[in-house]
Write a protein that binds this ligand. Structure first.
Ligand code: NI
Length: 285
């Protein structure tokens, strides 16, 4: 296997706001992770949020945080929620489990900081589109009622996603800090509209790909105080490691690309995006 490359300098205090660290690629359940977290520490990644996409992975994210909290000095957080791919699995029991698990005491025990990933995905259509829309709207209502940010997943469904978000905004049912548009693939105009709604915008590996021509334009429409960085590990590995399993320790390459586009230092981008991640999720820093 190809040797991974690490960012040449260690920059302390990086926040990877999106990494599925319970994925089986990191080892057997219960045994995984210690080396992944060691490599986080080596790269200066001190905070990681572990997102979920169905009830099973929500529980996996919570137990990952519980078991590995603080290992190698990495602060771990998670989210729970039902991804559009999994919308067909949404039922009254799942809904009630989400509500029960998002109560303040449970939230603080497991560092549950967001409801997500939720949204619409018309690329794979793994759940019927009308079901996706209903499940997205229902979870948006839960997020508003329980006062928690969302992690938005949107793919090839920008028209319907924005219509739903606009109508929630109009009815006053979006928080002033509604959450993050994760792995943003939106046009510069839509990114700007999401920012105007209060969203943070998450950037990851694809902005480092040579064929990504739109990243600079999108990044230029997103103010610095709304940018967060993520890996979406184990997916979307940034250059120069494209093709390998992604890990949070590669997130400095994403920060470096943003620094390059914005004409700033990587250290500045790391500081700003980490502070943004903490503000997004209400973490004291
Ligand atoms: Ni993800």
């Amino acid at each position: 296997m190809r040797e991974p490359k690490y960012y040449p300098t260690k920059i302390e205090g990086i926040f990877d706001t999106h990494a599925h660290l319970y994925d089986e690629r990191y080892g057997e359940e219960g045994t995984f992770s210690s080396d992944v977290l060691e490599r986080c520490a080596m790269a200066g990644v001190t905070r990681v949020l572990v997102p979920a996409d169905n009830m099973e992975s929500s529980k996996a994210a919570m137990s990952y945080v519980e078991v590995n909290q603080g290992l190698s000095g990495v602060d771990l957080y998670c989210s729970i929620g039902i991804h559009p791919h999994e919308a067909s699995s949404y039922c009254p029991e799942v809904r009630q489990w989400l509500i029960d698990t998002l109560q303040p005491e449970v939230r603080s025990t497991y560092n549950i900081m967001a409801l997500g990933e939720i949204g619409l995905d018309y690329h794979y259509d793994l759940s019927p589109r009308d079901v996706q829309r209903e499940v997205f709207k229902d979870q948006l209502n839960i997020a508003y009622e329980l006062d928690i940010p969302i992690i938005l997943h949107e793919r090839e469904a920008v028209g319907d996603s924005m219509d739903i978000l606009r109508s929630f905004k109009k009815e006053g049912r979006l928080r002033s800090n509604p959450g993050v548009c994760h792995c943003c693939s939106a046009s510069p105009e839509i990114a700007a509209e999401l920012v105007s709604m209060g969203f943070y915008i998450g950037f990851d590996g694809p902005i480092t790909f040579k064929n990504n021509k739109s990243a600079p334009e999108v990044l230029n429409r997103v103010p610095l105080d709304r940018i967060v960085i993520e890996t979406d590990s184990p997916y979307l590995t940034p250059e120069p490691n494209r093709g390998l399993t992604n890990e949070p320790c590669y997130v400095p390459f994403v920060a470096a690309k943003i620094a390059d586009i914005k004409g700033m230092s990587v250290e500045e981008i790391v500081k700003i995006t980490s502070d943004n991640g903490c503000k997004l999720y209400g973490i004291n820093f």
